[in-house]
Design a protein around this ligand. Sequence first.
Ligand code: MIC
Ligand code: SF4
Length: 643
Amino acid sequence: MGLTIAQKIIKAHLVEGKMKPGSEIGLRIDQTLTQDATGTMAYLEFEAMGVERVKTERSVAYIDHNTLQSGFENADDHQFIASIAKKHGIYYSRPGNGICHQVHLERFGKPGKTLIGSDSHTPTGGGIGMLAMGAGGMDVAVAMGGGTYYITCPSMTKINLTGRLTGWASAKDIILEVLRIMSVKGGVGKIIEYAGEGVATLSVPERATITNMGAELGASTSIFPSDEVTREFLRAQGREEDYTPLSSDPDAAYDEVIDINLSALRPMAACPHMPDNVKPVAELAGLPVNQCCIGSCTNSSLRDMLKVAAILKGRTVHPDVSLTISPGSKQVFQMLSQCGALSDLIAAGARILECTCGPCIGMGQSPNSAGISLRTFNRNFEGRSGTKDAGVYLVSPETAAVSALYGVITDPVVLGEAPEVSLPEYFSVNDNLIVPPASPEEAKGLTIQRGPNIKPFPVAEALPDTLNAPAILKVGDNITTDHIMPAGAKILPYRSNIPKLSEFCFTVCDETFPQRAKEAGKGIVIGGMNYGQGSSREHAALVPLYLGVKAVVTKSFARIHKDNLVNAGILPLEFQNPEDYDRISQGDALSLQSLHEAVKTGSVTLIDETQGITVPLSCNLSARQQAMILAGGLLNYTKNTGK
Ligand code: MIC
Ligand code: SF4
């Protein structure tokens, strides 16, 4: 039997387990990336592991999420990361160099390699044929130390692309169509591979838009073949030597096949508040718009920016609309300036922001109350923009730009012919904002700079055999990490300060949660389906741990969050009968008994003393995870076993 692209990369990196969907496999990791908001914690954990120098082929620390520096906290965090990177063999991408995923694609990504990043949109690298996965900071720290990365071997889904994009349809509309078909839960446990004649019609940045937002499917990752288009992109980046061809075998077997005819696609939008709430833009046309934001790791490539510039050239942004543009990288920004397109953007009235995540993670540009914001980003979860009652629509750069001109949601077709843009023969390469690490000899004399905002992180205790605790919080389906541990300009400066961060935990759902949890001393959280979807931030586990959360009982978990819970030492449990969720109320006194045995058998009984009922739960953990949860999380496990 032939192999799929992902299976070929897995096979070449397999250090443990069998490549059988559903079973745990261990992979050797070639490259890692971190960003500042998850990076400080990942490097604190890396330090705790006591490794002198990273053992990967390439590890890069990016500063892109929080560059506002509204107080000393961020600048201190940046210094901490810069100094630890220099000492331990990590490349450091300075603030201003761009969004991690965009820069990594441009400068470091290599087809056929494995990459994990402490950011859920790391699958962007799949656009260049990498097996690139989002992970918790602790997993990245382990991989930097040369340790194995463990995942549940995914099943394979093929998305067969036929035809080619026409008119105003854009790569964003392809992934929105996939989201419409599969939903935000549809990719769980799967790797999505793109295939078919349509692949060759898509440039690397377009492919990266698709694999980037594949994170919203809940997929383990998404990947494109590495072909002549990939070679051309790498050549234009001055690194053709990094090219290797990669395709699936003709007889490769897929568990699922979805066909999409690119020629039939029209502009689409994900409506509030979920990325899979997708409708044709034509159906939404006429809705007044207050804000359009173009950028983020999904849509900030030179191609996207040039399209937007061509649309805005000689025109003016509607007086009721605020249009922001964040180029994805210094390379993109500089090239826009060199070719004059930047001038077209400025002249039209766009507000040019730094090349960072910016409004995507609520770092400024929160919309007005009940405002309508069109964003080229990948997530429109409630409150993520910083305005709880804002309505965020996720669209292509083309739809955002045209709507910014008209002041209402507009199908770009009204402008007539779509502009054609082509990628340059050569990208302008200047890596002067990437600081290489010190040599091992030099590194010995270097000290780590640690500001007062960097506080120690909590470490769990070994799992008790009996756990009596109240149902401290009950939440519904699709709870995101933005609900559990919100981000944004007020909160992000405290990513290295868990005690301070805890004041904001779950406040989107329940303002009283932090106080109640502290008073109770310990608690169990009850959740619905797809609990913990969204980001990779391990703070969504570490902060509840700090607040005394010992277990989370749900209908189902999102992959990265479940791993983060286990790494942190919080017990993840699932209802055997989803309807039992309705029988438990917030505040009930709960008891979990004989846990040591139950974790191993996978079957746990929960006694709800308030309701007088017993509820069967599953504990779906690999043998390695069982040992980890019994020890009280990854760090304790590593200490105990030396592994
Ligand atoms: C996001 O898009 O939600 C983030 C911010 O990039 C997160 C990481 C974080 O919370 O720092 C992610 O996607 O993993
Ligand atoms: Fe940054 Fe937004 Fe991308 Fe997350 S999704 S990495 S916040 S641009």
